[in-house]
Design a protein around this ligand. Sequence first.
Ligand SMILES: [Zn+2]
Length: 328
Amino acid sequence: MEPTTLQEAILYFADPNNCREYLVARRWPDGVVCPRCQSKNVLFLEKYNRWHCREKHAAPQFTLKTQTIFEDSPIPLDKWLMAIWMIVNCKNGISSWEIHRALKVTQKSTWFMLHRLRLAMKADFGYGPMTKIGGPESEVEVDETFVGGRKQNMHKDKKVRYEAKGGASGKAVVQGILDRTARHVRAKVMPDVKRETLQKEILTQVKYGSKVYTDTAVAYEQGMQWRFVHDMVNKTETYVKGRVHVNGVENFWSLLKRGLNGTYIAVEPFHLERYVDEQVFRYNNRGTEDNPLNDADRFDAAVRQIVGKRLTYKELTGKTETPETQAF
Ligand SMILES: [Zn+2]
């Protein structure tokens, strides 16, 4: 029986065979395949908990970590899986300190782990008509929020990165797009609030002909009517004009900000994108009346997204040595 609670998951994944079975079933549902040449001609070496590919090529051996966010990590799989369970199932996110205490991994390592997990949680929405949200019968809300702003307390090189991302106001802009019918949100850190920037994203993400609701921001005053049934609500006067409002996205902002202000104290805009991805994952995989997802379902969904993604410590920090080399 696969686990349904944190307690069960701890016990279940403590057994390496269970870890392997669970991951193989999701990564290779039709049988183990060599990640380098896609051959099925592979041999399992139980003693080493790895596979050997019989095709003739360099690096014929591989593990469950090969070509996933876990690649090159000395942290055992059961700890990785517990970290996933924790991050996808707590409402406002989890700090690296909490994971550090729960899993007995150094705090610096857990910080790196969390960033890799957020990369796994990042949804690949793709681009093109098949992956757009909305539709002629759908109502789509679009809104922006500003994050950050305590620039004066920041270290100098942080400040430089901050300004590169946030612009003159010193705040980062996040644009959110919500399909009210599908209850599906997409959110992204934007370089600015210019009309072409914000409208281009809507054109990329939302099907033509959708009903699109925004506030009366300058960026939306012109141009929207060519592709969408567009209506605006002036938030300085009222928040709701019949069906025209952006309260759904506002609700998402409050979840995002609760996480940012509470759990993740003083997030740099440099890393903001990953926190947004994390919150989007939780929002789009939350249980609703007609789609009752539970903790195990959310965990399953995240585990299926670990393949084919990598994030090195260097990409994250610019430094070459990793904290994990001192972790064990
Ligand atoms: Zn191979």
